[in-house]
Write a protein that binds this ligand. Structure first.
Ligand code: NAD
Length: 416
């Protein structure tokens, strides 16, 4: 079983590698005409409009077809504001554009998730391993413009890795283009405004060189750069005593877990709500330890996730009544992210899920990303205040079926 899982994971990365190389080869073949039509300075909504207008030879009545066309064909080409535009990245944009021209004049079949013209701010992206990155990719694949908030101490390494092309392979979107991050904002979500920041953080060398990284200042910066957003994602957590059982957790450690993992969301939504457009939505990431005992997920992190889920309901009511904004949480299954590896037992949790969940497969971050794209889209317009499980169904189990106690029960195993 384990071999099978490993095999499919390897095939997944093999195919994305092939796709990446095909895409890289294609960049060298972009024609000068396609280059002339690329307009990187336009807003994403205007770009989409202009490209559809050009495609339809000025027949604006048919423009609604573009609404139906698969979001994967949309060029989300914008330069990184922190000048991440290497010459190869510039070439990538032209090919993306070329692909859009080739297929946009066909109506898509099915029910596409279309986030063209929407802008997302995703808090908690500092590498390409976590749920935040996967959500950014799915939102970008659906046509949204991507802004991210990165924890200040992780900012330099994230930016330089991005600049050096370390993430290029995992930036590849389903249509072969590369995800563009329009701007990266420094963020420390445990501080609401500059008055909250203690002296030792102000003078900490890991914070030197960055400014305006409290939640209030990040929201103000996004407002002055872009005016508004449509999607807010909270994909961050921290519990300094996570490896300690609750009975051994200090008050300081417990409150720190709640501050970084729960109140950070209340604060983000509070400060971003004024600039979230009507019809917008907000999503956070939670874990089943909020409602079931998961030994090893300590330090008050289980309490923090319970608070996050309760707050999701109350915030859904308040943000819904004030501005019609939807608020949901995704309860995700185990993923080998940087944060999860720090807890120390993530591989056991992945194995446990494979052995016990209704779906005996490893969970991919993309499955969570795609759920976030659905929740952010008009297709989910009546879903708010919910905790949506994306965990291969593990949450539904009442017992661990791999227990030796069930040895004599004929429990079916995955047949595929
Ligand atoms: P991750 O390491 O990719 O994401 C956590 C992010 O939080 C990091 O980028 C980190 O820099 C950031 N961060 C920490 N403290 C911060 C602060 N004070 N201000 C701003 N950013 C800060 O790991 P992940 O596992 O993808 O975590 C994302 C979310 O998913 C978390 O809420 C986590 O609890 C949740 N989740 C993870 C799993 C899992 O198995 N990995 C399962 C369920 C839920």
């Amino acid at each position: 079983m384990r071999l099978k899982l490993l095999g499919s994971a390897c095939f997944g990365s093999f195919f994305s590698l092939v796709r990446f190389h095909l895409f890289k080869m294609a960049t060298t073949a972009a024609s000068s005409l396609q280059m002339a039509t690329a307009r990187p300075c336009m807003s994403s909504s205007r770009r989409a409009f202009v490209s559809s207008a050009a495609m339809l030879n000025g027949n604006f009545k048919l423009a609604s077809w573009t609404k139906l066309s698969s979001a994967c064909h949309i060029a989300s080409a914008q330069p990184f504001h922190r000048s991440f535009t290497s010459s190869s990245l510039k070439m990538d944009k032209f090919v993306t554009k070329a692909m859009a021209g080739a297929s946009e004049n066909k109506p898509a079949s099915g029910l596409p998730i279309d986030l063209k013209g929407k802008r997302a701010f995703i808090a908690g992206v500092a590498d390409d391993n976590g749920y935040g990155w996967a959500i950014a990719k799915s939102l970008a694949a659906a046509g949204a413009e991507i802004l991210v908030g990165t924890w200040v101490p992780a900012l330099n390494i994230f930016e330089s890795s991005l600049r050096r092309g370390k993430f290029d392979e995992s930036r590849v979107l389903p249509d072969g283009s590369l995800m563009e991050i329009t701007k990266i904002y420094p963020l420390d979500a445990v501080f609401d405004n500059p008055e909250d920041v203690p002296e030792d953080i102000k003078t900490n060398k890991r914070y030197a060189g960055s400014s305006k990284w409290t939640v209030q200042e990040a929201a103000e910066s996004v407002k002055s750069d872009f005016g508004s957003i449509d999607i807010l994602v909270h994909s961050l957590a921290n519990g300094p005593e996570v490896v300690k059982p609750l009975l051994e957790t200090s008050r300081k450690g417990y409150l720190a877990a709640l501050s970084a993992s729960s109140y950070s969301y209340v604060s983000l939504l509070k400060h971003f709500l004024p600039i979230i457009n009507p019809g917008g939505s907000s999503i956070s990431l939670t874990y089943i330890a909020s409602e079931r005992i998961i030994p090893g997920y300590g330090g008050g992190m289980s309490s923090a996730k319970a608070a996050l889920e309760s707050d999701t309901r109350v915030l859904a009511f308040e943000a819904g009544r004030r501005k019609g904004i939807r608020v949901n949480a995704i309860s995700a299954g185990p993923l080998r992210s940087r944060a999860a590896k720090a807890i120390g037992f993530i591989d056991m949790m992945i194995d446990y899920s494979s052995a016990n969940a209704p779906l005996q497969k490893e969970l991919s971050a993309e499955e969570v990303g795609n759920t976030a794209a659905f929740l952010a889209s008009p297709l989910a317009s009546a879903i708010t205040g919910g905790v949506i499980y994306v965990d291969n169904g593990l949450n539904a189990m009442g017992v661990g079926v791999d227990s030796p106690i069930f040895e004599k029960l004929d429990i079916p195993k995955a047949q595929h």
